[in-house]
Write a protein that binds this ligand. Structure first.
Ligand code: UDX
Length: 451
């Protein structure tokens, strides 16, 4: 607890209902936000789906209510990138009735100051309206992806015509293609358009970022949206994400890191949703081997299509890398990134991973898959200049070269640049800083709602 620990909790006894989207990259920031607002004196009620329900025993101070999501058990096991946006759109319909009933019941007991829902739970705006409740959204990604998404609302094809603003012009055609990759274009459009529309209709937007990192996007959003934005992050600087981990974090990775030299290890993880084919996985493995560097590789069970876990590792790989490599199913990522042995992070640029890496000053190798990741990656490489892009098909020679290059040459310059970002984060969270002030503004905004 950085700034918050030093503060007197302002007990106010108002109740807040929080509704996280049931995916790891969304559950982590929502539960971190819950902890932050709890410290500010609010009573916290979490409504969650049966699917991917959070571990309640880690949060005895919160009240939990579960609703059914309509996803069948068999479907749960088989969710992948291709079906994630379908699943989100599906749940935005299947949850309407159970969510409305649950929220109405809570309101019967005691008033609620407001609903805070993930921005991708777009159906909740009309539910909140019908119950005369204010809704604030939590957008778990960067602010910079909002103007890009908002431009899509006019139709993806019109993107380049409307891309007059500087920050939009950054994106390459390939980045845009990737945003749309995986799943049908129609279901992504449905998701993005509804998200933007109902985010505009909300009473405010909370972002897990800080203003200095994304000033142009902050200004663009302030101009285009009527409602206030509250960039109060990075949340993980207040509370770690480990207690909301859905998978068990393998701590043996830390013991292994303890034995490695300073800045010598490539940390590889593509988050909780990304999936890859066997051919891509093979290239990735040989790229790591060819780089001759030490590595800690998170291979999530089920993340390689057709494999339970490590069956797809190419023959001869383990003999080739020997003690140089450590593979785990899931790692305590924040601790890993903060470890002195880490030299760089080969990432898919999910926003949580990107922010966690920036805060530890770890240079990135960016292999964005889809959604907001290509946008985050473009900022990492071209604006903050703390990473290199690998945006071609996965190829062992090129990956090997990129890894070697960042570990042996470019990484140290990036670390230097990262230092100024780290200073900005710390300033922003101190009394008088922008994130600190935004958090106060958010609390005042919620307290101003009549309930
Ligand atoms: C998804 C999207 O990809 C992302 O772009 C969006 O902003 C949020 O939802 P995900 O793909 O899982 O999330 O990536 P990311 O945002 O990086 O979140 C992963 C989280 O899991 C991070 O908080 C990370 O610390 C944690 N993690 C990851 C672990 O605890 N252990 C691991 O081994 C890997």
């Amino acid at each position: 607890g950085l700034a918050l620990a030093a503060m007197e909790p302002r007990s106010n006894n108002r109740r807040l209902v929080l509704f996280p989207l049931p995916f790891q990259g969304h559950i982590n920031p929502m539960l971190q936000l819950a902890s932050i607002l709890y410290t500010k004196g609010f009573k916290i009620i979490i409504i969650h789906t049966d699917f991917n329900s959070p571990n309640q025993s880690n949060y005895p101070q919160f009240t939990f209510r579960s609703i059914s999501d309509g996803l069948s058990k068999s479907k749960n096991g088989g969710l992948n990138l291709e079906t994630t946006n379908h699943a989100i759109n599906f749940m935005n319909k299947s949850c309407i009735a159970p969510f409305t009933v649950c929220l109405a019941k809570l309101l019967e007991v005691e008033p609620v100051a407001c609903l805070i829902s993930d921005a991708l739970w777009y159906f909740t705006q009309s539910v909140a309206d019908s119950l005369k409740l204010k809704r604030i959204v939590l957008r778990t990604s960067s602010m910079s992806c909002i103007p890009v998404y908002a431009a899509f609302v006019g139709g993806e094809k019109s993107y380049f015509k409307t891309a007059i603003k500087e920050e939009l012009a950054l994106m390459t055609e390939k980045d845009i293609e990737k945003v749309y990759k995986n799943g049908s274009e129609k279901s992504k459009e449905e998701l993005i358009c509804n998200m933007i529309k109902e985010t505009k209709a909300a009473s405010g937007i909370i972002f897990n970022t800080f203003k200095e990192l994304e000033e142009p996007a902050f200004l663009a959003i302030s101009q285009d949206f009527q409602n206030p934005s509250f960039p109060i992050g990075p949340f993980h600087k207040y509370f770690p994400a480990s207690s909301s981990s859905l998978l068990e974090q393998d701590r043996s990775s830390i013991l292994w890191l303890d034995k490695q030299p300073v800045s010598s290890v490539v940390y590889v993880s593509f988050g909780s949703i990304a999936q890859m084919g066997e051919a891509e996985f093979t290239e990735m493995a040989w790229g790591l081997a060819n780089s001759k560097q030490r590595f800690l590789w998170v291979i999530r069970p089920g993340s390689v299509s057709g494999s339970q876990w490590l069956e797809s590792l190419p023959k001869g790989f383990e003999e080739e890398v020997g003690e140089r490599g450590c593979i785990v199913k899931w790692a305590p990522q924040q601790e890993v990134l903060a470890h002195q042995a880490i030299g760089c992070f080969w990432t898919h640029n999910g926003w949580n991973s990107t922010l966690e890496s920036i805060c530890e000053g770890v240079p990135m190798i960016c292999s964005p898959c889809s959604y907001d990741q290509p946008i985050n990656a473009r900022y990492v490489t071209d604006v903050w200049k703390v990473g290199v892009m690998l945006d071609k098909e996965m190829n062992r020679e090129e990956t090997g070269i990129a890894i070697k290059c960042i570990m042996e040459k470019e990484g140290s310059e990036m670390r230097e640049r990262s230092k100024s970002l780290q200073e900005k984060v710390n300033q922003s969270m101190q009394k008088g800083g922008t994130a600190y002030q935004s958090l106060d503004n958010l609390v005042d905004c919620i307290l101003s709602f009549s309930c």
